[in-house]
Design a protein around this ligand. Structure first.
Ligand SMILES: Cc1cc2nc3c(=O)[nH]c(=O)nc-3n(C[C@H](O)[C@H](O)[C@H](O)COP(=O)(O)OP(=O)(O)OC[C@H]3O[C@@H](n4cnc5c(N)ncnc54)[C@H](O)[C@@H]3O)c2cc1C
Length: 423
C-alpha cells in the first residue's frame, strides 16, 4: 500500500493533507506528523498580541478532524528523517515509513543570532507563534499600564516583514483608541533598504504608501538597520550605508519591543544530508520536488527561495499564503501523477499577496509573479483590507474544520480584487 506522510500541521500541512485525501484513492494511506495537537492560523497571531483575538479563536484541535477524514495523525513531532531508507523517527519513539514525504515544517525562529532577542530568555516580543503572541499581549497590557517607547521591526536576515507592519500600525490604532498614543513614541527599525521593501523589492508603490501611513500616524522609521544586541531596556543598532559599511550606531530605549527574527529550517529537516541549503531550507526543483530525493516534496516557509536582490543588510524573500497554497496544489497533482506512473508536471504560480491590517483599515500588495519584472505589481489600501483579513481567517478556519482543500487565498483574495486567475 502506498503511504504519503505530511510533515507539519500548519497552513501548508493541512492544505496538502486534505487535498491529498480528496485526490488520492482511499487505499493510499495519508499520515500527518505535527508538533502538538493544534492547528494555529499564524496570520491571526498579531491580533492575539493586541487582544483583539484570544488564543482559542486562532487555534483548533486537529486530531479528530484528521481522523474524521481518514488521515492518520501523530502529534509527537519528527526527530529524525532517514531519507535513504524513507523512514521517520518520531517523538513518541515510534518509526514511520513512507513512499512520499511532503515537508511543510515552516520556519525555525533564529532568535539566537542576536543576543537578548526573543521571548524565551530574551527581552523582545514575537508574534510568530500563538504562545509568543499570548506573551506579547501581556507585554502590551504592561505598556498600557506604564506607557513609554515602543520599537517594532525585524532582525537582520528576516524574510517576513508584513506582520511587523501590521503589528505596528494596529498597535498604533489601539493606542489612539485608548487615548494614550501621545505617551508612546513608536519607531520602526528594519533591515530593509526602504520602508515597504518587504523582501520583495517593493510592490507597486509600497514604499510611498507605507511612508505615507507612517507619516500620517507619527511613526518614525530607520532602514538599513542591523540590530546587534538587546538589553532589558535598549536595542543596540548599527546603521549601514549602501555598501553595507557601518556609518553610525544607536542605543534605542524601549518599554516594549517586538521584532521578527530571521528564519531557518526545522532541525530534523535541516540535518538530512544534501536536502537543504546552509540555512536549512529545502532545495526543490520547479515541481516542488527535492533536488536530492525525488520522493520528497516541500511547500511553504521550509522551501529555499533565493532573496530577490542584494541589500546592504541581508533580507530574504517571504513565502505567503497564496504561494503556499499553489505549492501544495502542485505537489498533490505531482504525487498523483507519480503514483499513476507518469512524471511530475505541475509548477506552482509563485506569487505574493500580502494584506497588512491596520486596525480599522489596511494595505494590500499583489506581486504576480513574486520576482520582478511582474505582470501585476499593485498596491492598494482601505477599510476593505481589514475585512478581507477577517474573511481569510474565518474561511481558513472553516476550511480546516471541514477538512476541505479550498484554495482560500486564491478564492477570497484574488476574487475580492476581481481577478479570476493568475496566468
Ligand atoms: C506572524 C505571521 C503573520 C503572517 N501573516 C500572513 C498573512 O496575513 N498572509 C499571508 O499570506 N502570509 C502570512 N504569513 C506568512 C505565512 O503564510 C505563514 O507563516 C504560514 O503559517 C506559513 O505556513 P507553513 O505551513 O509554511 O508554516 P507553519 O504554518 O508555521 O507550519 C509549520 C508547522 O510545522 C511544524 N513543525 C516544525 N518542525 C516539525 C517537526 N520536526 N515535526 C513535525 N512538525 C514540525 C510546526 O510546529 C508548525 O505547526 C505570516 C507569517 C507570520 C509569522
Amino acid at each position: 500500500m502506498t503511504k504519503v506522510i505530511v510533515a507539519g500541521a500548519g497552513l501548508g500541512g493541512v492544505s496538502v493533507a486534505f487535498e491529498l485525501r480528496e485526490e488520492l484513492p482511499k487505499e493510499v494511506e495519508i499520515e500527518v506528523v505535527g508538533e502538538g495537537n493544534e492547528f494555529n492560523f499564524v496570520p491571526s497571531n498579531p491580533w492575539v498580541a493586541l487582544g483583539t483575538r484570544t488564543r482559542d479563536q486562532v487555534v483548533m484541535p486537529i486530531d479528530e478532524i484528521f481522523k474524521k477524514h481518514k488521515i492518520t495523525f501523530n502529534g509527537s513531532g519528527i526527530k529524525h528523517i532517514d531519507a535513504e531508507q524513507r523512514k521517520l523517527s518520531l517523538g513518541d519513539g515510534t518509526e514511520s515509513e513512507y513512499d512520499y514525504l511532503v515537508l511543510c515544517t515552516g520556519p525555525r525562529l533564529a532568535f539566537e543570532n542576536i543576543p537578548g532577542a526573543g521571548p524565551e530568555g530574551g527581552y523582545t516580543q514575537s508574534i510568530c507563534t500563538v504562545d509568543h503572541a499570548v506573551k506579547a499581549h501581556d507585554a502590551y497590557k504592561a505598556l498600557i499600564e506604564n506607557p513609554g517607547s515602543v520599537l517594532v521591526g525585524a532582525l537582520p536576515g528576516a524574510s517576513c516583514f508584513g506582520p511587523a507592519y501590521e503589528y505596528v500600525l494596529s498597535l498604533e490604532y489601539e493606542l489612539r483608541k485608548l487615548k494614550i498614543r501621545d505617551k508612546v513614541p513608536i519607531t520602526f527599525v528594519t533591515p530593509e533598504p526602504y520602508v515597504g521593501h518587504m523582501g520583495l523589492g517593493g510592490v507597486g508603490d509600497s514604499k510611498g504608501l507605507m511612508e505615507h501611513k507612517f507619516r500620517e500616524h507619527g511613526i518614525k522609521w530607520i532602514c538599513n538597520a542591523k540590530v546587534t544586541e538587546f538589553t532589558e531596556t535598549e536595542a543596540h543598532v548599527e546603521l549601514v550605508d549602501d555598501d553595507g559599511n557601518v556609518k553610525s550606531t544607536q542605543q534605542m530605549p524601549f518599554n516594549l519591543a517586538m521584532f521578527l527574527p530571521a528564519f531557518k529550517g526545522s532541525e530534523a529537516v535541516a540535518e538530512v544530508p544534501n536536502l537543504c541549503n546552509p540555512k536549512g531550507f529545502v532545495k526543490t526543483n520547479t515541481f516542488q520536488r527535492a533536488e536530492a530525493y525525488p520522493e520528497i516534496y516541500a511547500a511553504g516557509v521550509c522551501v529555499a527561495i533565493a532573496p530577490i536582490e542584494e541589500t546592504p543588510v541581508p533580507v530574504g524573500a517571504p513565502k505567503t499564503g497564496l504561494m503556499i497554497e499553489s505549492m501544495t496544489s502542485a505537489i498533490v497533482t505531482n504525487i498523483k501523477a507519480s503514483i499513476n506512473g507518469s512524471e511530475a508536471w505541475v509548477e506552482p504560480t509563485l506569487s505574493a499577496l500580502c494584506l497588512a491590517d491596520m486596525g480599522n483599515t489596511g494595505a494590500a500588495f499583489l506581486a504576480v509573479p513574486q520576482n520582478p519584472p511582474r505582470n501585476r505589481n499593485w498596491t492598494g489600501s482601505g477599510r476593505w483590507v481589514h475585512w478581507a483579513k477577517v474573511a481569510f481567517e474565518k474561511y481558513f478556519m472553516f476550511k480546516v474544520k471541514m477538512g476541505t482543500s479550498e484554495p482560500v487565498y486564491e478564492k477570497v483574495g484574488l476574487r475580492m480584487m476581481g481577478i479570476k486567475r493568475l496566468k
